[in-house]
Design a protein around this ligand. Structure first.
Ligand code: CAA
Ligand code: NAD
Length: 292
């Protein structure tokens, strides 16, 4: 593997998981956040997840310590200059991502691959903000990253075969199962999963059933590991809203349109499990459905 040093930008839900699996996979990892507070929150999230893995005897304390030693944390984008691959996991906004990749393009060497973990933005639109669209891919991980095996490796019409192969091998080196996807908004999985989650919100709007009953229906009726409204809280209500807007703008199909109830929950700042409230209140031992 010619990739040794990995940059991860954004240490939220996804960036922290990506940094963790990369460090556990033996790579040197530099993690960048916007400020010291958010960096500390992300750093603690990674440490907690690694400690839990040790508790559950999925990782030895020695391997945890070695992986932890391979991680470094920064707020300076310049510290990503020496990376062989930079994986972006910041907010789902084309403007924010394009600005970041433009800055990285000026800093990083010609051999550095750029990868976005976007859920719904076409990768080409970000690659166009750089001078290296041939060395640009999507690497779409799934939440929670340490658990979910899949990575969609997204090839744009400009991605070179060598870059795609390097990114595909890198995903395998992380212990993941990569699949190849074309650069259409939503790739393979979200094209199916996002309308399903939005339809569950529409069911709730129409009063078809309660939050709990919709979730119980899909877990016990179909064997899904969690119900769709729990999954919305898990993904992040703010992130789902942005994904929905982007996919709707791309396809102009009603099934991607953000349901009004989703907008209301976002307006209240109920972003899901990460902020303590979404469709459920997550502050206690068990999630409690909130009145709708
Ligand atoms: N980090 C590390 N490990 C975790 C974890 C986390 N955040 N959450 C759970 N785990 C581990 C647990 O330690 C446990 O491991 P063991 O079985 O070895 O003890 C295992 O996962 C199962 O966890 P739990 O027993 O606590 O709970 P569970 O059986 O309900 O499983 C789950 C949790 C794996 C998250 C499961 O509910 C699940 O698969 N849910 C669906 C997740 C999903 O659909 N993700 C995709 C979201 S969409 C997306 O990511 C794309 C996008 O662009 C929006
Ligand atoms: P999040 O809100 O948990 O984290 C995003 C983080 O990025 C925040 O901590 C924010 O401070 C940081 N950030 C913003 N701008 C930055 C910059 N310029 N430099 C460094 N850090 C910056 O969001 P998330 O759920 O981790 O999602 C991140 C990306 O991954 C999005 O593109 C999302 O669509 C995608 N994604 C999310 C999921 C999911 O289930 N949540 C799954 C797959 C992909």
């Amino acid at each position: 593997m010619d990739i040794q040093r990995v940059g991860v930008v954004g240490c939220g839900l996804m960036g922290s998981g990506i940094a963790e699996v990369a460090a556990k996979g033996g790579f040197e990892v530099v993690v960048r956040e916007v400020d010291d507070n958010l960096l500390e929150v992300g750093r603690k999230r990674i440490r907690k997840s690694m400690d839990k893995a040790v508790e559950k005897e999925k990782l030895t304390a020695r391997d945890r310590d070695a992986a932890w030693g391979r991680l470094s944390f920064t707020t300076a984008v310049e510290d990503l200059a020496g990376c062989d691959i930079v994986i972006e996991a910041i907010v789902e906004s084309l403007d924010a991502k394009s600005e970041l990749f433009g800055a990285l393009d000026r800093l990083c060497g010609a051999g550095t691959i750029f990868a976005s973990n976007t859920s719904s933005l076409p990768v080409t639109d970000m690659a166009a903000a750089t001078s290296r669209p041939d060395r640009f891919v999507g690497l779409h991980f799934f939440n929670p990253v340490p658990v979910m095996k899949l990575v969609e490796v997204v090839r744009t019409i400009a991605t070179s075969a060598a870059t795609f192969d390097r990114a595909f091998s890198f995903a395998k080196a992380l212990g993941k199962v990569p699949i190849a996807a074309k650069d259409n908004s939503g790739f393979v999985v979200n094209l199916l999963l996002v309308p399903y989650m939005l339809d569950a919100i529409r069911q709730l709007e129409r009063g078809v059933a309660s939050i709990e009953d919709i979730d119980t229906g899909m877990t016990l009726g179909c064997g899904y590991p969690m119900g769709p409204l729990t999954l919305c809280d898990f993904v992040g209500i703010d992130t789902l809203y942005r994904i929905s807007e982007i996919m709707h703008e791309e396809y102009h199909e009603e099934r991607y349109a953000p349901p009004p109830l989703l907008k209301r929950v976002v307006a209240l700042g109920r972003y899901g499990r990460k902020t303590g409230k979404g469709f459920y209140d997550w502050s206690g031992d068990k999630p409690v459905p909130l009145p709708i």
